[in-house]
Design a protein around this ligand. Structure first.
Ligand SMILES: [Ca+2]
Length: 260
């Protein structure tokens, strides 16, 4: 009996030590979420105004989201919305996006990763070009770094042979851990693809934390909804570990009964 108790104690000690050691990765915590169903919460978001344009609340069929006001003049600038939370470090960012306009200028849509709220938004970004229906209609997705010296450099891009469909909701998922970047996307209602479409890294590791956000270029019209930031989930969740521990105990008990 004493031997059995000591074995139970041993298993639980193992599970406990494992949880403590890997605690920072065990939980896929949601760090930030907004479905915009009640408007734009300015305690969550910093809103930039450029040439009178900014991100605004919109509603469709009872669902709230955010959309953009296109800039009508030639002063080309991104209009940005950035999280008030400024210490996102390693995370998975996912969001729904709908492109509602395109142009020969590709009407770039930028996603900010570890950015700041200066007018130039220093940090990392992922640029998405939308030049449908102007041919040849490529997907263009590019990770870039806006360096502290003011210059911008590509971290690698990808061109895909499918068009974006205007007025179609897509879900994007961006993974950023240490200096490694990955992205995938799929049409709303479709299954999430297993593979990542573009993977790259920043060897200079310029930025370790910052804000997330979205930038809309010039005449683009873009909708965003269901923004979620969560911690990367790299090891089994605690419940799995607990079940594993209980399973081990159960096997020992059966073995003991058989032996006795
Ligand atoms: Ca919503």
């Amino acid at each position: 009996m004493i031997n059995w108790i000591s074995r139970v104690g041993y298993v639980f000690s193992f599970v406990f030590i494992f949880l403590v050691l890997f605690n920072q990765y065990v939980y896929a915590d949601i760090l930030f979420f907004d479905n915009f169903n009640t408007g734009i919460d300015t305690t969550k978001w910093y809103l930039e105004t450029v040439n009178g344009a900014r991100w605004i609340y919109a509603e469709e069929g009872g669902n709230g989201y955010i959309t953009t006001m296109p800039q009508g003049n030639w002063n080309n600038r991104y209009v940005d919305i950035l999280s008030q939370k400024d210490d996102f470090s390693d995370f998975i960012l996912s969001y729904d996006i709908r492109f509602r306009s395109s142009s020969w200028h590709r009407d770039w849509r930028n996603v900010y990763l570890r950015g700041d709220i200066s007018s130039n938004v220093y940090g990392y970004g992922m640029y998405v070009g939308v030049n449908v229906p102007v041919g040849p209609h490529p997907h263009i997705v590019q990770f870039a770094v806006h360096k502290p010296d003011g210059s911008t450099a590509s971290l690698g891009d990808g061109i895909y042979d499918k068009s974006w469909d205007l007025n179609q909701w897509y879900r994007f998922k961006i993974y950023l851990v240490n200096n490694n970047f990955k992205v995938k996307w799929w049409e709303q209602g479709a299954l999430e693809p297993i593979e990542w479409f573009l993977e790259t890294s920043d060897p200079d590791k310029f930025y370790s934390k910052g804000r997330i956000g979205f930038g809309n270029y010039w005449r683009g019209v873009t909708d965003i909804d269901n923004v979620k930031v969560e911690t990367p989930d790299v090891v089994p969740e605690p419940m799995s570990l607990l079940m594993f521990g209980i399973g081990i105990i159960g096997m020992w008990r059966i073995r003991r009964m058989v032996v006795v």
